[in-house]
Design a protein around this ligand. Structure first.
Ligand code: SF4
Length: 350
């Protein structure tokens, strides 16, 4: 739905490296299953070569090396230079196009940016998480919303592509605060946004709070609705949302990694499905649509979003509006976000 050129990302995990402490919700080692430590030159090269060996890499451009899972600009200066130097060699060889990394807002300052300025870094993602200072304090982040504002100002001035990551369902957070965070993030003009639900990772501080009843996660349903409202907010401001929900990890659902929380392997799909359901419900409600058989035309790529997982949207619409039959008709003349409802004789929702 969002128009942003998607690079093929080669992830290099540096779990919790460069972090001044552990945030309440974090346990990067269990997410990434990578042992703590900066990779050696051999490990780094073999990891990148492994990805470059995959068939689809040759067909896809641009290719980016991404340092994730830690606080990149919080690493020792020598480690930053070492990793960027290694990555830059692939760019010089023409097999990779650029570098990206994620980092805490309070480690973005002129001195740190000066370290990276001669390397081909194109994209910097800021772990914002929230723009509410009480929520940040409860999550043990150790920075404030002001740090994010300063970081955004610096990155915009240096012309980096700037991404922002936010979380919903943090301790002390609620829907109103998350939406206020969304508005504040949008005002900082990021090039893209990621929205992550808070889940309870094994051995995190949040896991301890969960066990003693100090913290409860959002339900999947309320989290999907909240992320949908954030997505619509960013869409209105023309800011692409490139990810909603956590990346699927092999052991995420078996309790070995995650104890509880609104995780779903197709989280983004659930959000888009709810948007389609809302749109069609709105039409059927506002037009007091009396027909027992309806057709909904959508772009072929949006059929499963319109149907919802396991046809959930179809069942909801049938029950709510007493409809006997709903036909989903593919129509590639429509945009991927549009839906058109009709009683087979006329259209009512272009
Ligand atoms: S700064 Fe990021 S990687 Fe480091 S502990 Fe906090 S959430 Fe985890």
């Amino acid at each position: 739905m969002d128009k942003i050129e998607k690079p093929l990302v080669i992830p290099i995990f540096i779990p919790s490296m460069g972090c001044p402490h552990l945030c309440a919700f974090c346990n990067q080692t269990v997410i990434t299953r990578v042992k703590k430590g900066v990779p050696s030159a051999e490990q780094f090269r073999s990891e990148v070569d492994k990805f470059l060996g995959y068939n689809n890499v040759k067909k896809r451009k641009p290719v980016q090396i991404a340092f994730y899972g830690g606080n990149f600009l919080g690493l020792e200066k020598e480690d930053i230079i070492f990793l960027l130097h290694e990555a830059a060699q692939f760019i010089a060889a023409g097999t990779v196009d650029s570098i990206r990394f994620s980092t805490r807002p309070d480690t973005i300052d002129n001195d740190r940016i000066d370290i990276i300025k001669d390397f081909p870094v194109s994209t910097i993602e800021i772990g914002v998480q929230s723009m509410d200072d009480e929520v940040l304090a409860m999550a043990n982040r150790g920075h404030t919303s002001w740090d994010t504002e300063k970081a955004a100002y610096l990155l915009n001035a240096r012309d980096y592509e700037m991404g922002m990551q936010m979380m919903v369902g943090l301790p002390g957070d609620d829907a109103a605060k998350s939406l206020a965070t969304g508005h504040k993030i949008a005002a900082l003009s990021p090039d893209f946004v990621r929205i992550y639900p808070t889940v309870i990772l094994k051995d995190s501080l949040l896991a301890k709070w969960y066990r003693i009843g100090k913290y409860s996660p959002l339900s999947l349903e309320s989290c999907v609705t909240l992320v949908k409202n954030l997505y619509l907010l960013f869409r209105k401001k023309e800011i692409p949302v490139i990810r909603m929900g956590l990346q699927v990890s092999e052991n995420f659902e078996d309790g070995a990694t995650m104890l509880a929380g609104p995780f779903h392997p197709a989280f983004g799909h659930l959000v888009y499905s709810e948007i389609f359901l809302d749109k069609v419900s709105y039409v059927l409600e506002s037009d007091n649509f009396p027909h027992k058989t309806i057709s909904i035309r959508v772009h072929p790529r949006s059929i499963s979003k319109m149907r919802g997982l396991k046809n959930k949207n179809i069942e909801i619409l049938k029950n709510k509006f007493h409809i006997n039959s709903i036909k989903i008709v593919p129509d590639s003349s429509l945009s991927e976000e549009a839906s058109e409802v009709s009683d087979s004789s006329h259209s009512i929702f272009p």
